[in-house]
Structure formats: structure tokens, C-alpha cells
Design a protein around this ligand. Structure first.
Ligand code: HEM
Length: 312
């Protein structure tokens, strides 16, 4: 794991830990004196800041003016390094662990629902045929069943399980509830995805078909399914995340059966800003022709990051 990733993971884990203090003043005092976990948070944040600034300086040396990547595009219109640093960190925070979390839960569910896995494989075969790989954005858009399966998986296991906001001013909710300035409001996607009154009596089942009408994916209101949030602050990377996930899943599933090792235990989540399985998800990938190859376990994030840990 890179120095950046290690510092980043430590900072997000410890920051999330603040929310578990029943008396918030405790972590505030620790922060004041730079004690214990608060000292570690500060060190980790300093390292993340430093490495993010290095990314920006490096890109500047590489003459970002002609680059087509996201950072180069931002750099062409923003001339403030601190702001650029915050953009780098926000995009890593928003886009790295969320996609890894969604893919991990997805492969966990597929291993439990082989019929869904076969349906996705058939769909990919129909769209891609015998071509060696997915070749276009249009092909990914045609994968309606896979799209539905990803939405269904994130209904049950949203990468951002809950999210809080604070009222800037006194406010009134649509149902008439009065909120005083400073009130903390939390919406809980994990709980909402499992509410019978929203999803019906089969809410606990993984059923991609609930998102399809005549074979076409039909979205729900983001206020019923706030996995990417809704309104003005809706996730900016939603479409990118879906394309990334579809291309990973389609590529893996065409050639491999991915089985979760250790049975169908209910997942245990580690404390953090995004839903991360405690200890990762151990899987075995078999070529679809049932030839057994290498047995590996993947740490959760490695399903979509580079560094694979060979354990067996
Ligand atoms: C499955 C993957 C993803 C999920 C479930 C997800 C979910 C969310 C959620 C719930 C928020 C609202 C957070 C808040 O307001 O506190 C958000 C915001 C955001 N997301 Fe994502 N996200 C995903 C992937 C990505 C990716 C890949 C990117 C970009 C590379 C991205 C970029 C952003 C940005 C920039 C915001 C802030 C938007 C704003 O405040 O105006 N997200 N995302």
C-alpha cells in the first residue's frame, strides 16, 4: 500500500471514530493537546496534504496544459494550490473507497445468488459477443441488467451508509418538522434500503428485477434511494462510478466465477466514513470453464485498486 493510501486510510478511520465518542468534548480536548488518536489524525492529515501537493507539483512539471485527465482540467481553470489540494483529496475520498465498497458487496452478493451472476454473464455475452473485451461506452450503457444489479446491491449495502448535515439556519422539513439552526440531520441509506414500506415485503431479497421494466433499467427517486444523495449536492461522480463498476464486473464475470471463502456469514463492517468490510473479503476466482487457478484473497480495496495480497 502506498504511503498516501496508508495515511489516508488512517485519517478517515480515526476521523470516523470521533463520531463514536458519546461526549464529543473528549476528542476536542484531545485535539487541543494533540493527544493520542488526535495526534495521529494530525500527522496523517499533514502527510496526505504533503503528498497531494506533490501530485499537483508533479503534474505542473508534466505540463498539465495539454492533459485530458481530471486534475489537469481543474488546473487549467484554478490557480490556487490549496484549493487544488482539496480537490485532489475530495476526489480520492469520494471516489476511491466508495467504488471499492460497492464492488466488494456486489461480489459478495453474486457469490450467494448464482442465478443473478449467470444472467449478467448472458447479458455481457449478448452485448459483447466474442470480442476480447468491452470496447465502448455504448456497450456499457446497454448492460441494463447489470446496472439494475448494481443498484440493487447498493440498496442493501450502500457504500455511504449514513450521512449527516447541519442546519445553517432555522428550517422546516416538508412534513412540518421544525429544525433549529445548528441541528444535526442524518439520513440513513442503509436503513432506508431495508424499509418494507419503501421496497415491499421482499425488501430483504437481492432482486435486480425490481429495477427493470420491459428489460430497461428504471431509476427510483433519489429521495427514496439516497445512495448517491439527491438535490443540489448529489454525487458528482455517480455516472463515472457506475461505468467503472460495470466495466470491472463485466470483465471479471465473463471469465471468472468469484466465490466468497468462509461461507455466507453476515458481513461485519469496520468503523469508517465508507462501508468497509472488517478484514476484507476473501474470495476464490475460478475460470468459468471450471479450471482451478491461483487462490488469492483480496483486501477489500484491492478489488479495484492495484496491489493484490497473495495469502494462500
Ligand atoms: C458507488 C460509488 C459512489 C457512491 C455510493 C457515492 C456517494 C456519494 C454521496 C452519498 C455523496 C454525498 C456526500 C455528502 O454530501 O456528504 C457524494 C458526493 C460526492 N461524490 Fe460520490 N459516490 C460514489 C462515487 C464517486 C466517484 C467515483 C466520484 C468522483 C471521482 C465521486 C465524487 C463525488 C463528489 C465530488 C461529491 C461532492 C458533491 C458535492 O458536495 O457537491 N463520487 N457521493
Amino acid at each position: 500500500m502506498s504511503e498516501f493510501a496508508a495515511a489516508f486510510d488512517m485519517a478517515t478511520r480515526l476521523l470516523a471514530g470521533r463520531a463514536t465518542h458519546t461526549i464529543p468534548v473528549i476528542w476536542k480536548v484531545k485535539r487541543l493537546f494533540n493527544w493520542g488518536s488526535e495526534g495521529q489524525i494530525r500527522e496523517a492529515i499533514e502527510l496526505v496534504d504533503l503528498l497531494a501537493k506533490e501530485v499537483i507539483h508533479h503534474r505542473r512539471k508534466l505540463r498539465f496544459a495539454s492533459g485530458q485527465d481530471l486534475l489537469s482540467r481543474f488546473m487549467r481553470c484554478i490557480d490556487n494550490d490549496r484549493y487544488l489540494r482539496d480537490i485532489v483529496i475530495s476526489f480520492v475520498l469520494a471516489g476511491r473507497d466508495t467504488v471499492a465498497s460497492a464492488l466488494t458487496s456486489f461480489f459478495m452478493l453474486l457469490s450467494r445468488y448464482p442465478a443473478v451472476c449467470s444472467a449478467i454473464r448472458d447479458e455481457v455475452k449478448d452485448i459483447v459477443g466474442d470480442a476480447p473485451s468491452l470496447t465502448s461506452y455504448d456497450q456499457l450503457r446497454e448492460l441494463h441488467y447489470l446496472h439494475a444489479a448494481l443498484y440493487e446491491s447498493m440498496r442493501l449495502y450502500p457504500p455511504v451508509q449514513f450521512d449527516s448535515k447541519f442546519c445553517l439556519d432555522d428550517d422546516v422539513l416538508p412534513d412540518g418538522t421544525f429544525l433549529r439552526k445548528g441541528t444535526r440531520m442524518t439520513y440513513h441509506s442503509y436503513a432506508m434500503g431495508r424499509m418494507e414500506e419503501l421496497w415491499g415485503s421482499d425488501y430483504a431479497e437481492f432482486r435486480p428485477e425490481r429495477w427493470l421494466r420491459h428489460g430497461q433499467f428504471v431509476p427510483e427517486s433519489p429521495f427514496k434511494y439516497p445512495v448517491f444523495q439527491g438535490g443540489l449536492r448529489v454525487c458528482l461522480g455517480k455516472e463515472m462510478a457506475l461505468m467503472e463498476m460495470k466495466s470491472v464486473v463485466a470483465s471479471v464475470i465473463r471469465d471468472f466465477d468469484v466465490d466468497v471463502l468462509g461461507g455466507n456469514q453476515p458481513p461485519k463492517f469496520a468503523p469508517g466514513l465508507t462501508a468497509t468490510l472488517s478484514g476484507g473479503l476473501a474470495v476464490r476466482a475460478r475460470p468459468t470453464r471450471h479450471k482451478l487457478t491461483t487462490v488469492k484473497t483480496h483486501c477489500q480495496k484491492n478489488l479495484c485498486c492495484n496491489s493484490t495480497r497473495n495469502i494462500v
